[in-house]
Design a protein around this ligand. Structure first.
Ligand code: SF4
Length: 226
């Protein structure tokens, strides 16, 4: 009997938990919601390591939404230049800081609708904030999450629509696990299930992975195919 996607997803959740007991967001925001929002915006097409470095100086000079909103956009551009796409990023972090100060007392809102209304904030960032800050759950469909969930067989491999990933994974990953699952899968995607050469032979998820099961020529039974 084929086990359900929900059961396979739970196995993946538990195995990743064993592999990465400490599910940490690689953006070092220090638990500050506004800083996490800024860092998530800066991380588009940039590494988290670079964002962490850049933000040490950025937050030293502009430590709050009030300070960011009041700063000239040229100053922000200069501080974030090495993150790439700095003009668009500077514009949106200044503009959303202005909106937060004006409409939300400088605080980050806790609904998808309000988050999506902020300039430069899409569903990926909104889900990160909802899950990490407000513990409401949220599938952050980044490149690692999309690739690995496809390989695991929850949808066709190679599907690159983040909204589809979010819609498929949200009902099968328990809400309270979603945020940590997404942090863990980023580490897993860098260490084991890499884009070019996944290390299936040493992967703790291999028993429930359809990519691995398809690749195997031996015809061995597994959880995913039995
Ligand atoms: S078995 Fe291979 S393809 Fe499947 S999750 Fe593990 S590393 Fe990725």
């Amino acid at each position: 009997m084929k086990i359900t996607d929900k059961k396979r997803a739970l196995v993946a959740v538990e195995e990743l938990k064993k592999l990465y007991p400490d599910a940490q967001c690689s953006l070092e925001s220090g638990g500050d919601p506004w800083r996490l929002l800024v860092m998530a915006r800066l991380s588009a097409q940039c590494t988290d390591e670079r964002v962490n470095i850049v933000c040490r100086d950025l937050f030293r000079e502009l430590p709050t939404a009030n300070a960011m909103a009041a700063a000239p956009v040229e100053q922000i551009e200069g501080l974030i230049k090495s993150c790439g796409l700095y003009r668009g990023k500077a514009k949106s972090i200044k503009e959303f800081s202005e909106i937060l100060v004006r409409d939300h007392d400088g605080c980050v809102p806790d609904t998808m609708e309000e988050l999506l209304a902020l300039p430069g904030v899409g569903r990926k960032i909104a889900n990160l904030i909802l899950g990490d800050v407000f513990k409401k759950g949220g599938i952050v469909a980044d490149t690692h999450c999309m690739r690995i969930c496809g390989r695991l067989g929850f949808y066709p491999e190679g599907q690159k629509d983040p909204l589809k990933t979010e819609r498929i994974m949200t009902p099968i990953i328990p809400k309270e696990e979603q945020s940590d699952f997404c942090h863990r899968i980023v580490h897993f995607g860098r260490d084991v299930c890499t884009a070019r050469s996944p290390k299936c032979g040493e992967c703790p998820l291999s028993e429930v992975c359809l990519h691995n099961n398809k690749s195997q020529k031996s015809g061995k039974t597994s959880l995913a195919s039995s």
